[in-house]
Design a protein around this ligand. Structure first.
Ligand code: NAD
Length: 469
């Protein structure tokens, strides 16, 4: 697959600068994407702006187009999934599931329309609240779920009547270009455009005066930069940022029943999931049992290239992320932690890191207090539930958290004490398309998901008139 095959609907830079895209399973470049200039970006935003009036005034056509978009993604799954695995690293089965979730998001938002309301405050006034689209939306996406996160932004923005300029991470531009080329067959011209390039392309897009709303998913430091850039134009911002989710196990937990679910909540996509379990808290007397259950799974799970059907865990996406995970692990080990499984990079090409379960980790170790975003899981012992809840709530993040126990009502009562956006009971990182998704503290600003995601892409427009002469 070459990027020339993915150029439909994409802003191409024929003859212009390009950058290499690498296969995380080998560490070697295998293709290129356009490295778009400031002028190219200006042209794309101008086209998105021109496409907006037609799109915003055609709600029925939008619904039809978004349903066709979902069908088109499903029909292209055979091309999208392997390309996603090639540039992102995840096992092919996970890529196929991501493509399916991409289509599901497009379909879910297709029929969603905002509700007009009449506000009655008892006075002789007819006050009607309607909803209007914003204009061109910038959707900036990270490398861990390039297609699914693109759809999570594009679908509500388009359903609301906005046009979208989509910017994938330079680590994963290719499947996104193919996605947009696929959708070009069913969407009006310039309603959705993809721009690719290295920084400062994202910074330019976030600060672009033609952009009305910046919807960003990525790290906290970049989120702060995006908020600062949008402050210069007063564009609306939605920020979905990092997480450091805790799983708190209660003393009545049945380890055999939950160990698989807990393991995959931490190690799916090689741990590169914003709402992965990133720390586990276990009552001291159950600690050894939980460590061994997780370590046994870490040792026996097949690690390898995502295109090998035997692989259940692939490489990390890029060298910098692998190095960060290796450094956090080495520091914890130097500070007295023990690796019950893994603990290092295997001796092979590519950006692999062995699935790692850490025990005896000092609670102030950066692998506990920061977001590791990789296949490394610290398991910490606690003596009282208050201590566990305080530890779970002790970081600057507040994306998700979970509580696990046989008495689900008791677990739910503990879950209510977690300071986060979503608290799960006996599972983790499960999302419904109909529910809101929003982090607290440093994990985000604004709300995505469900009808809230639609309203995040709209502004109220009020018609207020007296009913008496
Ligand atoms: P990142 O912040 O480095 O990059 C995210 C995107 O921003 C990329 O497209 C990047 O090219 C672009 N970018 C870089 N500098 C920019 C700037 N100055 N202005 C505008 N855009 C810029 O994040 P990443 O390393 O690609 O992804 C990992 C992070 O994303 C983790 O922290 C993870 O938790 C987070 N994440 C959060 C969610 C969520 O929904 N809360 C979901 C997935 C990932």
């Amino acid at each position: 697959m070459t990027t020339s095959a993915t150029s439909g609907g994409a802003a191409t830079a024929r003859g212009g600068a390009r950058f290499a895209v690498s296969d995380p399973a080998t560490g070697e470049p295998f293709d290129e994407a356009p490295d778009q200039s400031a002028d190219a970006l200006d042209a794309v935003v101008a086209r998105a702006s021109r496409a907006w009036p037609g799109w915003r005034s055609a709600p029925a056509a939008r619904e039809t187009a978004l349903r066709a978009a979902a069908d088109a993604v499903e029909a292209a799954a055979g091309d999208l999934a392997p390309l996603l695995t090639r540039e992102q690293g995840k096992p092919l089965a996970e890529s196929r599931a991501e493509v399916a979730r991409t289509a599901a998001r497009l379909r879910w938002f297709a029929g969603l329309t905002p509700r007009t309301r009449v506000v009655d405050d008892g006075r002789p006034v007819h006050s009607e609240v309607r909803w209007r689209s914003l204009g061109p939306v910038a959707a900036i996406v990270p490398w861990n779920f390039p297609l699914q996160l693109a759809a999570a932004k594009v679908a509500p923005a388009l359903a609301a009547g906005n046009t979208v300029v989509l910017k994938p991470s330079p680590h994963t531009p290719l499947a996104t270009r193919l996605l947009v080329a696929t959708l070009a067959a069913v969407l009006p011209e310039d309603v959705l455009t993809v721009v690719t390039g290295r920084e400062p392309l994202g910074a330019r897009l976030a600060a672009h005066p033609g952009i009305a709303h910046v919807t960003f998913t990525g790290s906290v430091p970049t989120g702060r930069a995006v908020a600062g850039a949008a402050a210069t134009t007063l564009a609306r911002v939605t920020l979905e940022l990092g997480g450091n989710d805790a799983a708190v196990l209660l003393d009545d937990v049945e380890v055999d029943r939950i160990a698989d679910r807990l393991f995959w909540a931490a190690f799916r996509n090689c741990g590169q999931v914003c709402m992965a379990v990133k720390r586990v808290y276990v009552p001291a007397r159950r600690h050894a049992e939980v460590v061994e259950a997780l370590a046994e799974r870490a040792r026996s799970t097949a690690v390898g290239p995502g295109l090998d059907p035997a692989s259940r865990i692939g490489p990390l996406n890029n060298a910098a992320q692998r190095d960060r995970v290796a450094e956090l692990t080495a520091r914890a080990l130097a500070d007295g932690a023990r690796a019950a499984a893994g603990g290092r990079s295997p001796d092979r090409p590519g950006w692999f890191f062995a699935p790692t379960v850490l025990t005896d980790v000092p609670p102030d170790s950066p692998v506990v207090t920061e977001e590791q975003f990789g296949p490394v899981l610290p398991v910490l012992a606690y003596r009282s539930l208050d201590e566990a809840v305080a530890a779970a709530n002790s970081t600057g993040y507040g994306l998700g958290g979970s509580v696990w126990g046989t008495d689900a009502d008791r677990a739910a009562a503990v879950a209510e004490r977690l300071d986060c956006g979503t608290a799960w009971v006996n599972h983790h990182a499960e999302l419904s398309l109909a529910q809101p998704f929003a982090g607290t503290k440093d994990s985000g600003v604004g709300v995505a998901g469900g009808p809230w995601g639609l309203y995040g892409n709209l502004r109220p427009f009020v018609v207020h008139r007296p009913t008496e002469a």
